[in-house]
Design a binder for this molecule. Sequence first.
Ligand code: ZN
Length: 112
Amino acid sequence: MTKVLTLQSHPLDRSRVVAVYTGRRGCMCGCNGEYHYTGASRAEASKRRGYEVRDEEVDEIEVARVIDEVLAADTSVEVIEGLGEMIYYVDHLWGRCAAVYVKLPPPQGVAS
Ligand SMILES: [Zn+2]
């Protein structure tokens, strides 16, 4: 059973955003669109994807813009719980999609 999560039940925590994606609907490997990262998430994002985030992929303004785009979609946002992260995904009617990847806080009771 997949739990249905919403933006209302799981608010997006901007301070924990690791990456954003925008592109045409479909494959999200990067052939259809682009990922952008924040300076703060760069080291972690490089580890997560297995190769270095390049300078031109770090873009705070684009990250903020995509977060706003996703938040504006409100009730049509799909919230997906992944491995250690929440994904906020919007499928726009005009054939494009946007996603925000948010790192989950460490489990309660675990010292970090
Ligand atoms: Zn692809």
